[in-house]
Design a protein around this ligand. Structure first.
Ligand code: AR6
Length: 175
């Protein structure tokens, strides 16, 4: 199955699982995390409170509540510190552990945001490369549809420059 890149709000994705770029408390925050909690509803926070947090590079599962997805995989990306404190390994681990959970939960489709590349400050080009490499490595051995969902104009511009192609804009549809 291919990796598909689109421009969309991840909360609109009709997939089995979406991935949240959370923090280690799993109790909500800004960015995509804030958006997911707002749209999923307060039951999400109630379930997150039972999970006991999550270490960086790992992922925990909740239901999707008011979102069109069945599951939310809450992963904790590394805060960019300059690249010398295992940020790349930890970021790859976010994608890998989420994909492993997708397999465990029999998901046929999963959508990722560009983890760590917003509030956590990971350079977009490097975060994108790690996402693509780790997802492709998994897709070599597994059959699942993976979406990399880009949201902000700056990330889209950087990714389009790297790929030398336009990203499909799905923001006017619910996908
Ligand atoms: N759909 C898809 N992508 C989005 C959306 C959305 N609705 N909203 C933002 N993005 P960020 P991080 C993109 O900051 O860097 C929170 O406070 C955004 O443009 O959400 O991992 C958590 O609680 C960027 O490309 O996550 C943590 O404390 C990407 O999602 C911290 O932020 C990631 O940006 C995590 O920071």
């Amino acid at each position: 199955m291919p990796l598909k890149m689109i421009r969309q709000d991840i909360t609109k994705m009709h997939v089995d699982a979406i991935v949240n770029a959370a923090n280690s408390s799993l109790l909500g925050g800004g960015g995509v995390d804030g958006c997911i909690h707002r749209k999923a509803g307060s039951q999400l926070l109630a379930e997150c409170k039972t999970l006991g947090g999550c270490p960086t590079g790992s992922t925990k599962v909740t239901k999707g509540y008011n979102l069109p997805c069945q599951y939310i995989f809450h992963t904790v990306g590394p805060i960019w510190m300059g690249g010398h404190v295992h940020e790349a390994e930890l970021l790859a681990s976010c994608y890998r552990t989420s994909l492993e959970l997708a397999q465990e939960y029999h998901c046929q489709s999963i959508a990722f945001p560009l983890i760590s590349s917003g509030i956590y400050g990971y350079p977009v080009d490097q975060a994108f490369q790690i996402a693509v490499d780790t997802i492709h490595e998994f897709l070599n051995h597994h059959d699942i549809t993976v979406y990399l969902v880009l949201f902000d104009a700056r990330s889209i511009q950087i990714v389009e420059h790297i790929l030398n192609t336009k990203i499909q804009d799905s923001t006017s549809s619910t996908h």
